[in-house]
Ligand binder design. Structure first.
Ligand code: RAM
Length: 942
């Protein structure tokens, strides 16, 4: 038996490890017989030999195993090995081995100086406030407003034969580094999205193959990026500063055992006369290929006309970058070159992505071509920039060198949200093969797969994955074209789906650190993290009111609660206990803020209203005192003569605030219990009970209607357990009625949609849940799919039934949270203990489908369920990872159940059959009469 999948902090052999207290994971191989670990032994070596051994530890733990007492040193390469004893066998497995290396963990090791190339300061640009957002017109072309990109190079001499070299680097702005003409690593947009005021990440690169004896040159190109560039909805520049700077340090070990350190200092030289004429993440990039600068970072290049740099001293706390870098993760060929009704040439890549285009072009020297990017065509099939706001050009401009045989280019410092690209200046004889879309995003391992017999559901699943790809770029964002903000609410809604489809552990832990950095002194978790300085005014704005035409909130229920919900999801899906501990103080501060806020005052609706003593008393448990976004974008709140996005806050904000307060109290109580903070657990749990009681008294009528009488709040109230037993039937009935009144359509917004189908499912309305899933007129998931969606839309009717294309984003993942439901209910894969150490497999055999295959790469290995309906029989095959236990639920059957050997299986009264313990492949055949609702379309026949 060989151990597999060795990981340190969830990564394979990292070289830039950011912590001195790494946790280790391994997997016992999947086998046909159960493997359960009873003990392990772990040994850690540095170059001199063993530095730590755990000895034999009697424990079944194999995921994120802590090694108490071991402290990794800064910039040190380690190897580690592990072996385990399986239950029932006296001998251990063989040793399995892997490596890890720490980054600079000790700030005292920095010898570098910040260097500032000669440059003009980045100019003020974009809207300065929300009033300007809709009025500002920018007429000056980017080439005249934006500044040329600074290039920096520094020579150094190495007098020994290099055996190992590491570069640690970062910048104010984004950067790309080179050594002797070799790009360092394949990361793009480094250091990523940062909160410069609190801390700044630096990258670690392996430079061993690039460094050489004798003269060397380190080169770095800088661009405005998120530091000084045009960001967010306002498109305004200079958020953190207006001068670009670089900082790096190179450590080279030579054959003779010496270590040489070369770092940025005043000897570097710089120039802004290079080929990148300007670059901005949102506006686009301008490149002049006539400026032939090949080899600008090699020793032979003449930098005689370059200028000296100045040494700067910004105050900056540097931290090693945590998790996987942003890379060019996929390439997509062009599908078609369209000539639109407006006689324009538009390349269609067939998929909405975040990224950019690499193209080949042949033409005259000095000829200019441009590429403008957009996610949709309009009603008539014409190119259409549907995204509003300044500096959303998404346009790249390339000036040809005139190379005979053609030339190839791809921008460096920009990405766009798009599917379609309008071309101008290109020659007529275009070929699809000349255009390739490059998908950029955090390079996260794909861990989920879902396929079923219905192509539209498969597309829906793919759309959720694509929206994750498009928005998991350094931080989780709302959309890749308009705001690109780390909206906390969007992420908490999508987190379970995200954690199913990709390995997001380190990625989200890093983002949570930023969320904590942004927490306000009064405990508020802000709605957008990192919060760019351009939005600082929001933090100090006078208290908003539901009557404001645009509700700008610094913090809101359902958004700030991400600080409790996201760590809980990471614990549930990956077994990560540390992420709970790391975020615990922040979640406590947040919930304490909620308590204070709830206690001060009453709901605006009740202002001036005479309250009875009982009513007054319960107000202290109701967090309805400040405005909240409510069930954002719930369809019916957008309709009608006064249809506005602000109707969701007005109509649902009050109840949604109360519901999330109760919910977060319960989550924090659970976390407190896991971490052993019993008094906190007790206190928050007690308050949660009071909140639910107050909620029922204040908001739930005997007829089951909840204030506002909309689907979303009923869904949340049922999902959160806010409805007392005596009212539950009535609330469920009213919810069902509301759905029927809407013509069997959902009417849920952002915060309630994750629970809609589950609430129906667990309250006796499975058929209605499936009717909503199969619904294909608006608003519904399949309506989007039928309209050709290749990602999840921001609003259910982003393309209206009459064909009008709205200005909403076409790449917003929140409503894609149904994907997690499909894994859990259609595929039946459910975690019942952290990290899927225990699982429950409960597929929905009567969902209208003939085949489902769902797999999740859990931290213990692949958990899989595949089932096929064949007439009156269903064949089920499941794979359970080693070192876990599982139960399969085979429903109340009309006939028999047999296992792989044809032996009868006897499910208990709840239909449960225990599997394992330990890994294995199990197959069953069950007789069950087809039970489909004729209203579901004839699925499964595609
Ligand atoms: C929108 C964002 C985001 C949402 C907020 C409330 O502008 O795109 O999706 O969370 O508003």
């Amino acid at each position: 038996m060989h151990l597999e999948y060795l990981r340190v902090e969830q990564l394979a052999a990292p070289i830039g490890l950011w912590t001195s207290r790494p946790r280790f994971s391994w997997q016992l191989p999947a086998g046909s017989t159960g493997h359960v670990q009873s003990a392990y032994e772990l040994v850690i070596h540095d170059r001199e030999g063993a530095v730590w051994t755990t000895g034999r530890v009697e424990s079944a733990d194999s995921v994120l195993v802590e090694v108490p007492g071991f402290e990794a040193r800064s910039r040190t390469a380690y190897s580690w090995r592990v072996r385990v004893w399986a239950e029932g066998s006296p001998d251990p497995t063989g040793w399995a081995e892997s490596t890890f290396e720490t980054s600079i963990l000790d700030p005292a090791e920095w010898e570098a100086h910040w260097v500032e190339p000669e440059q003009e300061s980045v100019r003020p640009d974009g809207a300065q406030n929300f009033a300007e957002l809709f009025s500002l017109r920018i007429d000056t072309p980017p080439g005249e407003r934006l500044l040329p990109t600074p290039y920096v190079r520094q020579r150094f001499e190495l007098d020994g034969v290099p055996v190992r070299a590491r570069v640690y680097a970062t910048a104010h702005g984004i950067y790309q580094a080179e050594l002797n003409g070799h790009p360092l690593g394949d990361e793009v947009f480094a250091p990523g999205v940062e909160t410069y005021g609190a801390s700044l990440s630096f990258q670690t690169y392996d430079a061993t193959s690039a460094v050489r004896v004798g003269p060397n040159v380190f080169g770095i190109v800088l661009s405005d990026g998120w530091y000084a560039g045009r960001v967010g909805i306002l498109g305004s520049s200079r958020g953190y500063g207006d001068r670009l700077r670089a900082y790096w340090q190179l450590h080279v070990e030579t054959e003779d055992g010496r270590t040489h350190v070369f770092s940025s200092d005043g000897s570097a030289r710089s120039s802004t006369r290079g080929p990148i004429r300007y670059a901005d993440l949102a506006v686009g990039e301008g490149y002049d290929a006539r400026i032939a600068w090949t080899g600008w970072s090699t020793a032979g290049f003449d930098d005689g006309d370059w200028s000296p740099v100045t040494v700067a001293h910004p105050e900056q706390r540097l931290v090693p970058f945590e998790g996987e870098p942003v890379r060019r993760v996929l390439e997509l060929p062009a599908v078609e070159i369209l000539r639109t009704p407006a006689h324009e040439i538009v390349v269609d890549f067939g998929q909405v992505i975040a990224g950019r285009v690499r193209f080949r072009v042949e033409g005259e020297r000095g000829q200019e071509v441009s590429l403008q990017h957009s996610e949709v065509l309009d009603h008539d099939g014409n190119f259409f920039m549907n995204i509003l706001g300044p500096n959303k050009d998404q346009t790249d401009v390339y000036t040809l060198a005139g190379t005979p045989g053609g030339e190839v280019w791809e921008p460096t410092f920009t990405f766009h949200g798009f599917r379609y690209v309008r071309l101008t200046g290109f020659p007529d004889d275009l070929d699809e093969s000349d255009f390739t879309a490059i998908v950029t995003g955090s390079d996260l391992r794909v861990t989920g797969s879902f396929r079923c017999s219905d192509d539209r559901l498969n597309r829906l699943h793919e759309n959720a994955v694509w929206s994750q790809r498009g928005n998991f770029l350094s931080i989780p964002t709302d959309c890749p074209q308009r705001e690109r903000y780390g909206w906390t609410g969007d992420l908490q809604i999508f987190a379970p789906t995200a954690a199913t489809n990709m390995a997001v552990g380190p990625f989200l832990s890093r983002w949570l650190r930023i969320v904590r950095d942004d927490q306000l002194p009064d405990g508020r978790i802000v709605n957008i993290s990192p919060i760019p300085p351009q939005l600082d005014f929001l933090m100090h704005a006078p208290p908003p009111s539901y009557d404001d035409p645009i509700l700008l909130l610094a913090s809101s229920a359902g958004w700030g609660d991400a600080i409790a919900i996201v760590p809980q999801v990471l614990y549930e899906r990956y077994g990560d206990r540390r992420v709970l501990a790391d975020n615990y103080p922040a979640m406590v501060a947040w919930v304490e803020y909620q308590i204070r806020s709830a206690t001060e005052g009453v709901a605006p609706r009740l202002a001036g209203v005479e309250l009875s003593a009982v009513q007054r008393d319960r107000q202290q448990y109701l967090w309805n005192t400040v405005p909240h976004f409510g069930d954002w974008l719930a369809p019916s709140t957008l309709r009608g003569p006064d249809g506005s996005q602000m109707n969701a806050p007005r109509r649902t904000g009050e109840v949604v605030g109360c519901l999330f307060h109760g919910r977060t109290l319960e989550i924090v109580a659970q976390v407190a219990e896991i971490l052993g903070h019993d008094a906190d657990a007790e206190r928050y749990r007690r308050r949660a009970h009071r909140v639910w009681a107050a909620f029922a008294d204040e908001y739930i009528g005997d007829d089951g209607r909840i204030l506002g009488d909309l689907q979303g709040p009923s869904v949340l109230a049922l999902a959160f357990g806010a409805v007392p037993e005596r009212l539950r039937g009535a609330v469920v009935d009213r919810l069902v009625e509301l759905i029927h009144e809407a013509g069997d359509h959902l009417d849920t917004g952002f915060v309630s949609v994750p629970f809609l189908l589950d609430v129906l499912w667990t309250h006796g309305h499975r058929d209605l849940a499936l009717t909503l899933l199969w619904q294909d007129t608006a608003p519904s998931w399949l309506y989007e799919v039928d309209r050709g969606a290749t990602t999840i839309w921001e609003g259910w009717e982003a393309i209206q039934p009459d064909g009008v294309v709205t200005d909403l984003s076409f790449n917003h993942y929140a409503f894609g949270c149904v994907d997690d439901w499909m894994y859990r209910r259609l595929g039946g894969l459910q975690a019942t203990a952290p990290g899927f150490r225990r699982s429950r497999i409960e597929p929905a055999f009567t969902s209208g489908l003939d085949d489902v295959s769902a797999t999740i790469e859990t931290p213990y290995g692949a958990l899989q369920c595949e089932w096929h309906r064949r007439g009156d029989h269903v064949e089920v095959e499941v794979h359970v990872p080693s070192n876990t236990t599982s139960t399969i639920v085979l429903p109340a059957v009309t006939g028999s159940v047999v296992d792989a050997n044809g032996h009868p299986v006897d499910p208990d009264k709840d239909g449960e059959v225990p599997l394992g313990p330990g890994s294995g492949r199990f197959t069953f055949t069950l007789e069950t009469h087809e039970r489909r609702n004729p209203e579901w379309h004839d699925h499964g026949k595609h």
